[in-house]
Write a protein that binds this ligand. Structure first.
Ligand code: DGY
Length: 328
């Protein structure tokens, strides 16, 4: 009997070989280039044969791309967010979409707190000043920031990451408010957290931390009206997606003191160009989408993305599927 060829898989961009070793073992792997987002056109000759696609969060998977891949059985996104993928188009074609929830929860919650502390305690400015020889004499009013103990942490989107951030907030002695489509009785019992409307959360929180997926409902949900509703002493943290916040309104909010500061791991656009006004604002700390960038986390994400992809190639249910409707 002729030996069956291994299925062809496109990995959109280079990844450490040991992170995607299971793919090398069970499939023929073609790796795209590193230098720009998206499935590179140089991979087009492989499209007619490709059966599995491993994407990054910066790779749009559109109806048009899918139409060029008639044998595609599975898309596996190396991220928990799947806003780069036309899920409906995948579902129509019977293609399950894998993603990586759970694994990056704690790493993202850690970075959320790094940003909260950085912006509330002026850490970046203080470090820059010390390096620049502007330390001077110790002074009671030097680099004054905000107390967090006893304040209110508002979690917008109480999923796994929101909960991990809230749990850390309790350790900092903060009270927790949250918004969520559904009540979370176990979270309320465990943390004494209170579910409120977004309006109430914005008006009462000292730190507002965003952890919602980007969907038509959440796109632009933090616009001028919402930013103006926040306390002028409050901080906004965005760990979700840049497009959840209206960037122009945020620039004005930070410049004109509607809010005290912002910590952003995600921006709109991404990457944020170096000339962007947000970088010029001393009350804004920006990290380049590194929420999950912890070594073990990123490797575990890759292994889960491989597992999802291999299960999809075998026609088995994925471990984490973002369009479960595909299974009818
Ligand atoms: C995700 O997974 O969606 C994060 O934004 C990056 O790890």
């Amino acid at each position: 009997m002729p030996k069956q060829e291994k299925p062809l898989v496109i990995v959109a961009h280079p990844m450490p070989e040991d992170w995607i070793a299971p793919l090398y073992e069970h499939t023929r792997v073609v790796v795209g280039p590193a230098d720009r987002p998206g499935i590179d056109p140089s991979l087009a000759p492989y499209f007619p044969q490709v059966e599995g696609l491993l994407t990054w969060l910066s790779d749009p998977v559109t109806e048009d791309l899918l139409a060029q891949m008639p044998r595609l059985k599975v898309v596996s996104n190396y991220a928990v967010g799947v806003d780069n993928i036309d899920l409906a188009a995948c579902t129509r074609r019977g293609i399950p979409v894998g993603h990586t929830p759970g694994i990056l929860t704690e790493a993202v919650a850690d970075l959320t707190w790094a940003l909260i502390l950085a912006v509330a305690r002026n850490i970046v400015q203080a470090v820059e000043d010390a390096r620049a020889g502007k330390w001077g004499m110790w002074s009671p009013t030097g680099w004054l920031g905000a107390d967090l103990h006893g304040k209110t942490l508002g979690i917008v989107g109480m999923g796994q990451i929101g909960q991990a951030v809230a749990r850390r907030g309790l350790g900092f002695g903060m009270k927790v408010l949250y918004t969520s489509r559904t009540p979370k009785p176990q979270v309320e019992a465990e943390m004494g957290a209170r579910r409120v409307s977004l309006e109430t959360l914005l008006a009462e929180s000292d730190v507002v931390s965003l952890h919602v997926p980007l969907t038509p409902e959440t796109r632009g949900m933090m616009g001028e009206a919402q930013l103006r509703r926040m306390k002028s002493t409050a901080y906004l943290i965005n760990m979700a997606r840049g497009k959840v916040v209206d960037t122009d309104a945020l620039v004005r909010a930070l410049r004109e003191g509607w809010i005290a500061g912002a910590g952003l791991d995600v921006t709109d656009p991404e990457p944020l160009p170096p000339e962007h006004p947000l970088y010029r604002l001393p009350n804004c700390v920006i990290t380049p989408h590194i929420g999950s960038a912890a070594r073990e986390t990123r490797k575990r994400m890759a292994l889960l993305a491989c597992e999802n992809l291999l299960l999809g190639l075998e026609g088995k249910p994925l471990r984490h599927c973002a369009n479960p409707d595909v299974y009818g």
